[in-house]
Design a protein around this ligand. Structure first.
Ligand code: SF4
Length: 380
């Protein structure tokens, strides 16, 4: 169980991004908004302290947006407040997302002292032309300096986010990106296929023929190459899009893949507390106004019925390559998944999309490419 904190500020909007984030203006007004925002986060944390009770929180993930845009001393102070206010366990995993251009050794040291022990860097590609097309603000040459700054500050658990299927990206570009990432020896790598989100500039450029993305076959080859290159380099492929050195799985993301409760703080954040799944309204000004009143303002909220929770547990659990353990599911819900989804599972087995061995139901190599079909089979 953990906490997700959303920091919705970015230096510029990337061309493929539909996450909730606003582009910051001049420094003075940004700092004023940032102060108010961090104050609201504190109020929201106090609100959930009451609701949550004493169950220990083992992870904290500060995502965005670009959390590394905030002045490190202000973010560090907010972090210390959260650690004092909410019932964190001893030595929780505390991850912060960062952009390579906005990290300094001094800032990393402040954040490490405040408890950050894992950083996820939005690298995406190691070719400047590709970074320019997708609208990233950093350049490939910034990445090594950021990694060095993190290590210099004592943060050695580092994830690099990479994207394949970018417009104009060749298979060789992708292999070069993987090799450049490996040269930095990160403990974790996330390899996502580009999703053309409706309403983004990139989606418009591709749909009007201005840009072309690699074909499905080419993207499948890129994915296979990621898996083979990273496995050969000693990384464990443990989730559809995620690889790590032994012992460095993302504890926070495991929480999502196990469908466990978590507190979500910040505008646009989602949370799952005592069966209530909620999404805060994705508007910074609304968020600030709301916490002046001391109550949440949800864009969506609903109590998740048990049946739905079980379906979701199977759907997200099948993203893990080890699969879902039958005994674990039965212990959690007092019923076997064979009794609930027997017909769907037998169909998936027949189609070669899943395997059942030693008490685990897991995707096959073929199922990895058709993950949507696997997960939707558990939706009753
Ligand atoms: S930095 Fe991340 S959150 Fe911000 S615009 Fe780019 S992709 Fe979106």
């Amino acid at each position: 169980m953990g906490v997700y904190v959303h920091i919705p500020f970015c230096a510029q909007k990337c061309n493929y991004c539909d996450f909730h984030s606003v582009v910051v203006g001049d420094e003075e007004s940004f700092l004023a908004v940032a102060d108010n925002y961090l104050l609201s986060l504190r109020q929201e944390a106090l609100y959930y302290r009451e609701k949550w009770g004493n169950r220990p929180l083992r992870t904290l993930f500060i995502g965005g947006g670009t959390p590394s845009l905030l002045p490190p001393d202000k973010l560090g102070a907010a972090l210390l407040f959260l650690k004092e206010t909410l019932p964190f366990s001893q030595e929780p995993e505390i991850t912060m997302e960062a952009n390579p251009h906005s990290l300094t050794l001094e800032g990393a040291e402040i954040l490490r002292k405040a408890g950050v022990n894992r950083v996820s860097l939005g690298v995406q590609a190691f070719q400047d032309e590709l970074l320019a097309v997708i609208g990233r603000i950093h350049r490939a040459g910034d990445v090594a300096g950021s990694v060095a700054a993190l290590r210099g500050a004592g943060i050695t658990n580092i994830n690099l986010d990479l994207i394949f299927g970018l417009p104009g990206q060749t298979e060789n570009d992708w292999a070069e990106t993987l090799e450049s990432a490996l040269a930095l020896q990160p403990s974790h790598l996330s390899c996502y296929g580009l999703i053309l989100e409706e309403g983004t500039p990139l989606e418009r450029w591709v749909s009007t023929g201005l840009l072309e993305v690699p074909s499905d076959d080419e993207q499948a080859t890129m994915y296979e190459r990621a898996s083979s290159i990273l496995k050969a380099a000693g990384y464990e492929h443990y989730e559809i899009s995620n690889f790590c050195r032994p012992g460095f799985r993302s504890q926070h993301n495991l929480l999502y893949w196990k469908n466990e409760p978590f507190i979500g703080l910040g505008s646009g954040a989602t949370g799952y507390v005592k069966g209530l799944r909620y999404k805060n309204a994705p508007d910074v000004q609304d968020y600030l106004a709301t916490w002046k009143q001391g109550t949440p303002y949800y864009a969506e909220s609903a109590l998740v019925p048990l049946e739905q929770e079980m379906d979701e547990t199977m759907m997200v659990g099948m993203r893990l390559l080890e699969g879902v353990k039958e005994a674990w599911f039965r212990r959690r819900y007092q019923v076997s998944y064979w009794d609930l989804y027997g017909e769907a599972i037998r169909d998936l087995l027949k189609r070669g999309l899943v395997d059942y061995s030693e008490g685990y139901l897991q995707v096959t190599e073929r199922g990895l490419f058709l993950e949507n079909q696997v997960s939707s089979a558990f939706l009753r």
